[in-house]
Ligand binder design. Sequence first.
Ligand code: AMP
Length: 287
Amino acid sequence: MQIIRRSADMTYWSKKVIASGSSIALVPTMGYFHEGHLSLMRKAVKLADHVVVSLFVNSLQFGPQEDLSRYPRNFERDSGMAANENVDVLFAPVDEEMYGPDFSSRVLVDGLTDTLCGKKRPGHFEGVTTVVAKLFNIVKPCCAVFGQKDFQQLSVIRKMVRDLNWDIEIVGHPIVREHDGLAMSSRNTYLSEKERGDALCLFRAIEHARARFAAGLTDTKQLKDEARDIILAKPGVSIDYISVVDKDTLADKKIMDINSVLALAVRVGQTRLIDNCYLGNAPDAGR
Ligand code: AMP
């Protein structure tokens, strides 16, 4: 596996690969790899001739009060893990390489970013779409793999690609969970032992929602009340949002159907965790 630090070197590599008739799959990440990231890499290996994983903690998507400086980082460990997954290139640019002193452009997807995490984290998705747009232009992939763990992010990126006519297939990958159901996340490392236990309330609420929907409940308010009770049963846990939205438009649903998604953002101590589940069949599940 090659490690590339400069955008120009990355593009040079990609152009050579494409000129030889081969294709590239991209997996964008912020590093501190866990099994969720590795499963995205394994999917990418099946989708194209070569795999590029980007590792960049994107300052543009963190708010002023957020955890940019304490975001977990371990380059040696990450590069070893990626090398074990048949990754061809780990593209790990330094900050100045992506955002020079005169950098002043932004990519903004309207509408889908007004709700859920977009409402709670102003500017977050603009940071995400801007960095992903840059990565697409630098790496030139035929497809890119994103996790359904960041369900709104996946919708926003699909919309950006459609709106801007990018010839890149966006592939979603199901949420990878710990043995007890907690969705894997680099941010789980912030949790104390007690908080790690409390964080299971997200998965409990998700399992409850799935069971209630399968048993015929369609009233969103009722489901949200029940999910709230499950989550707030733990002192020290607070709710950013509990929402039931349409899987495509992200519009709030009063009555749930098979196209509905339950989306949760919860604070366990100081740590903000997100999780979600499709109440019907997850798209991309078989890809
Ligand atoms: P991050 O490094 O947290 O920005 O995540 C990089 C990519 O990995 C994103 O597409 C995430 O949605 C995806 N990802 C993170 N955690 C998981 C998980 N538990 N299961 C599946 N994908 C994940």
